[in-house]
Design a protein around this ligand. Structure first.
Ligand code: CAA
Length: 368
């Protein structure tokens, strides 16, 4: 982002300190919300050692689909070989679609003993040379849910909705319309509404929808004021909030997947710096999700006996370190559609778009 700031004649500190972002991820020319969702979904099934035919519900949360009717989830269903006796659909509600998918899955699990797979997958793309450009990100997070959770036991604490025009995507426009300052105010209002009159442990690890880390710090100040009890805000932030900001500060805003990336970051940072059990460090995880328009949810994630063992797999600093670095000219060529890339750059297990024929999209998995 320092390179992008220089190219845009902006003080790099505005991006690095002012927004709290260090790097952003952009998709390769053959990657999209389908390919990223399938890559993440395949990985979570493999890591959890769960066969695709045990999945009875597949939801994709996305606000960057590849079709106005056919769900992203139908592609993922096919690519992952999930059985046909499965509910398969997308949820669209700006950045909260993935979280609404998770709570829909929690409801579904009350009457089902199979697995639910929820994948949040998005590419944030703004008009170039606008103030939102440095917040862009691309990525997917896959979440496997069952009645016997290994990583976290999730429950909804509160929800909030209000009809606002803070960030939206008219069908005839290529880029989102953003009322930037107002969108921050709407986010903070939703934080206030969700955290008021509920009990949250001040010793939780906090994860928020993270369009950029600075906004989350502002939000957390509100939350600390509501919770009371905390004497030193900076010290509290360093311990209970900063872990969730590490991966988002290296990827940017990934809309529906942003909160879940922040959660992964809590585990990843913990295991990078400590061999101890995460239950000795925090009481639980506290998760705030926000989608423009707007909707918000507050969830609690209680640790299980197995949390520390399973969450080790979320230490992903090497994956982030190994991304291909793009110069600003290459990024601009990518945006213009003139960046040449061959298939061999994709690591084994990564899906990518092979071709579009008669308006039908065909994907393959690298290494297969
Ligand atoms: N050194 C250090 N800090 C600097 C600086 C410098 N040289 N120059 C500016 N700053 C600081 C500012 O003081 C400000 O900090 P505070 O928040 O603490 O006041 C910060 O950098 C941001 O600067 P600006 O307020 O001038 O704002 P900006 O021009 O960077 O634009 C934005 C910010 C309007 C949010 C823009 O990034 C944007 O439009 N983003 C897209 C919308 C968005 O992400 N909204 C978030 C809420 S909506 C949501 O959550 C849904 C979603 O994901 C889209």
């Amino acid at each position: 982002l320092a390179d992008l700031a220089n190219a845009r004649n902006v003080d790099p500190k505005k991006y690095l300190v002012g927004l709290g972002l260090r790097q952003i991820s952009v998709p390769g020319p053959r990657e999209d919300s389908v390919s990223m969702a399938a890559t993440a979904g395949r990985k979570v099934l493999q890591q959890a050692d769960v066969s695709p035919d045990k999945v009875g519900l597949l939801i994709v949360g996305t606000e960057t689909p590849v079709d106005k009717s056919k769900p992203v989830a139908t592609h993922v269903h096919d690519l992952l070989g999930i059985s046909s006796t499965c509910r398969v659909y997308d949820i669209v509600h700006a950045c909260i679609g993935g979280t609404y998918g998770v709570t829909a899955a929690l409801d579904w699990l009350r009457g089902n003993d199979r697995y639910a797979l929820v994948i949040a997958s998005d590419i944030a793309s703004y008009e170039m040379e606008t103030v939102a450009e440095p917040t862009q990100g691309a990525g997917a997070v896959a979440i496997l849910l069952s009645n016997e959770p290994r990583l976290l036991q999730l429950r909804e604490i509160n929800a909030f909705s209000s009809h606002v025009y803070d960030f939206w995507k008219p069908l005839d426009l290529e880029y989102p319309v953003v009322d930037g300052v107002y969108s921050g105010q709407c986010y903070l209002e939703a934080v206030q509404q969700c955290f008021s009159y509920v009990k949250v442990s001040p010793n939780a690890a906090f994860a928020y929808h993270t369009p950029f880390p600075k906004l989350v710090r502002h939000a957390h100040r509100e939350v600390v004021n509501i919770m009371g009890e905390i004497e030193d805000f900076e010290q509290h932030c360093e311990r209970c909030l900063a872990p969730s900001l590490e991966y988002p500060s290296r990827i940017g805003n990934i809309y529906t997947a942003s909160l879940w990336l922040a959660l992964a970051s809590i585990f990843g940072v913990h295991h990078k710096h400590s061999t101890g059990d995460i239950r000795d460090a925090f009481d639980c995880c506290c998760l705030f999700s926000y989608g423009s328009g707007c909707g918000a949810q507050l969830l609690e994630g209680a640790f299980t006996e197995q949390t520390s063992d399973w969450s080790r797999q979320l230490e992903m600093s090497a994956v982030l370190d190994n991304r291909r670095v793009l110069r600003v000219e290459q990024y601009e060529a990518l945006r213009a559609g003139t960046y040449a890339q061959t298939d061999d750059v994709y690591a084994p297990g990564t899906y990518f778009l092979k071709e579009i024929k008669e308006h039908k999209r065909y994907y393959v998995c690298s290494g297969e």
